[in-house]
Design a protein around this ligand. Structure first.
Ligand SMILES: [Zn+2]
Ligand SMILES: [Zn+2]
Ligand SMILES: [Zn+2]
Length: 150
């Protein structure tokens, strides 16, 4: 979280920075939480309460970003029209996800979504629910739902 406030002069900003550095040094010597300055630090520089809150914030942020990418790519499963974000993932159209995993070290997690948010839509990716994604992988590239449609 940044301490820079809109309209703060550079002098005032330097004072804020100095204050924060002093605060951190003091808290470190007293082994108190960097965030609340009240409870003893147990998780690195945070108390467990602040640490838990921070984890929850990070998780919410990651979810928000992944949701945005899923929406960018259509926001629903191209096979069964599932709309619930929690069920959705990005599927490699040509089933070549393993190549990308190998070549770029991508594991399908948050880092992958973070890259996608800033680039134009990739034609080799589509939104699928986990069900269809797995069904497709298990059945040679076609989700078993396709059998029903015939
Ligand atoms: Zn704390
Ligand atoms: Zn589906
Ligand atoms: Zn399907």
């Amino acid at each position: 979280m940044s301490n820079r406030k809109v309209g703060l002069s550079s002098q005032a900003y330097a004072r804020v920075l100095e204050y924060n550095t002093n605060r951190r040094t003091r808290l470190r010597s007293e082994r108190l939480c960097d965030s609340c300055g009240q409870r003893p630090r147990t998780q690195n520089t945070r108390c467990s309460e602040c640490w838990t809150k921070e984890q929850a914030r990070n998780k919410a942020y990651r979810n928000q970003l992944m949701r945005q990418v899923i929406l960018m790519y259509g926001g629903k499963c191209i096979c069964c029209n599932e709309l619930r974000f929690e069920f959705l993932t990005l599927d490699h159209v040509n089933n070549d996800g393993f190549k990308e995993r190998r070549e770029r070290g991508y594991r399908g997690g948050y880092g992958f979504y973070k890259k996608l948010i800033n680039i134009p839509l990739r034609e080799d990716l589509q939104v699928m629910c986990y069900n269809c994604n797995l069904g497709k992988a298990r059945c040679g590239g076609t989700c078993p739902h396709a059998w029903d449609k015939k």
